[in-house]
Design a protein around this ligand. Structure first.
Ligand code: PLP
Length: 448
């Protein structure tokens, strides 16, 4: 490795070199060698308005000039007030408060704490467990990891994770009950009622789910009846519904928040990533009126907090990103551009035998790779197919997220595409071309 500072970093995955990125514009990043990378997932589903937008940098600089830090334990700042108002206006009506934090994992853990505080405030002190789903991802801190259900992420830390229950996900391509939608009973939703009864409703505080599962299950969209049924079950047992919209929020699926596709009101909604489009670290939890009212009526309680929550420079970035999004009507681009993405993907990628399923919504698309399309047999784990596809694409100048590991707990390969909303149709076509080349090459290397 070069002796230029890169040797001083402990990498999350040290098996490959890491090019030094010098600048970005729109959907493209460039490194010191002049090589261009199409940012096919905007990092891990972060970048919406594109790289290198001068207005955002100017807004952040102006805020840093005025004040860059004021602790939220005592103060609020102007960009924090402006952003809170803007986010509440964008959210489904009834989600009227924001609890600010600095990252997605902090947001999902804060949601867990808020749910607990809600039940304590109402004198239901035994309610403490959060039920999650296998295949979900809610972050890497221990509470978030415990709510999540990705076996590979959990394995090493399993002995020290809080022991929280999980139910199977809504995963029609491989229905855990062997059924086919429509015609099933939406057993994946009914499983929540069983889990609440087994745990004892008096012990269950909340249920957490992504409205559309992100990279680790290849953008799995639940049947339309799923969340309405989940809502009914939560209401029956006094269990809060947490929608984790860290990936799907801020327009990614064609609505400001993806839970709106189900017309269901969550009690808590976690958001992050797209809120600043990657210009600064910021995340939060939208809180329903009834929950905020119960907290206010209960005995005084601290929800805890984080040092960098609602940092003024990050909030200024958030306001500037929302301004830019509105000015250029970027949310309106998501559906037509997404239709183009899916049309091209079905035509080009759908023709490859290795591609078993293409799914998603808006500008959030996942593939499920299979060794045999007819039987939907996944590749063995040791073949590391998703990673190989991502590596080939990267070498060819396309960065993508490629999840793995949920076909039946371990195998499963899911390359994804989630371009910034400013990507052009030509850039999307090029992303698909490169991904197709990578898939063909990996397929050839497996069959030869
Ligand atoms: N929730 C979901 C659905 C996510 O996809 C992620 C990150 O990918 C997180 C939570 C955690 O966010 P962060 O990496 O900012 O902690």
């Amino acid at each position: 490795m070069m002796d230029d500072g890169r040797e001083a970093i402990l990498y999350r995955d040290g098996r490959r070199g890491h090019p030094v990125i010098t600048h970005g514009k729109g959907a493209t990043l460039w490194d010191t060698e002049g090589k261009a990378y199409l940012d096919g997932c905007g990092g891990p589903f972060v970048v919406t308005i594109g790289h290198g937008v001068t207005e955002i940098a100017e807004a952040m600089r102006a805020q840093a000039d005025r004040v860059a830090y004021a602790h939220t334990v005592r103060f609020v700042t102007e960009p924090l007030l402006a952003l809170s108002r803007r986010v509440v206006a964008l959210a489904p009506p009834g989600l009227s408060r924001v609890f600010w934090v600095g990252s997605g994992s902090e947001a999902t853990e804060a949601a867990m704490r808020i749910a607990r505080a809600y039940h304590l405030a109402r004198g239901r002190s035994s309610k403490h467990k959060v039920i999650g789903r296998w295949g979900s991802y809610h972050g890497m801190t221990l509470g978030a990891l415990a709510m999540g259900g990705r076996p590979e992420s959990r394995r090493a830390l399993a002995p020290i994770l809080p022991n929280l229950p999980h139910i199977p996900p809504a995963y029609c391509y491989r229905c855990p009950w062997g059924k086919t939608y429509p015609g099933c009973r939406i057993d994946c939703a009914e499983a929540l009622e069983d889990a609440i009864r087994y745990e004892g409703p008096e012990n269950v505080s909340a249920f957490i789910a992504e409205p559309i599962l992100g990279s680790f299950m290849g953008v799995t969209v639940p049947p339309p009846e799923y969340f309405p049924r989940i809502r009914e079950i939560c209401d029956r047992y006094d269990v809060l519904l947490i929608a984790d919209e860290i990936v799907t929020g801020f327009g990614r699926t064609g609505r400001p928040f993806a839970i709106e596709h189900s017309r269901v009101m969550p009690d808590l909604l976690t958001m992050g990533k797209g809120i600043t489009s990657g210009y600064a670290a910021l995340a939060g939890v939208l809180v329903r009126d009834s929950v905020a009212a119960a907290l206010a009526a209960g005995p005084p309680a601290s929800l805890g907090g984080h040092t960098y929550a609602a940092n003024p420079v990050a909030c200024a970035a958030g306001v500037a990103v929302l301004d830019y999004t509105a000015k250029h009507q970027l949310f309106d681009r998501v559906i037509p551009l997404g239709e183009h993405l899916f049309r091209r993907a079905r035509a080009v990628l759908g023709a490859l035998p290795i591609v078993g399923d293409i799914r998603g919504k808006g500008l959030l698309m996942g593939l499920e790779l299979v060794a045999d399309r007819a039987t939907r047999t996944p590749f063995p784990v040791e073949a590391g197919v998703a990673k190989r596809v991502a590596d080939r694409a990267f070498d060819k100048g396309l960065y993508i997220q490629a999840g793995s590991g949920w076909a039946d707990g371990l195998p499963g390969d899911y390359p994804c595409l989630a371009p910034p909303y400013v990507a052009t149709e030509a850039e999307i076509d090029r992303m698909i071309e490169i991904l197709a080349e990578a898939l063909r090459e990996v397929q050839a290397s497996i069959t030869n």
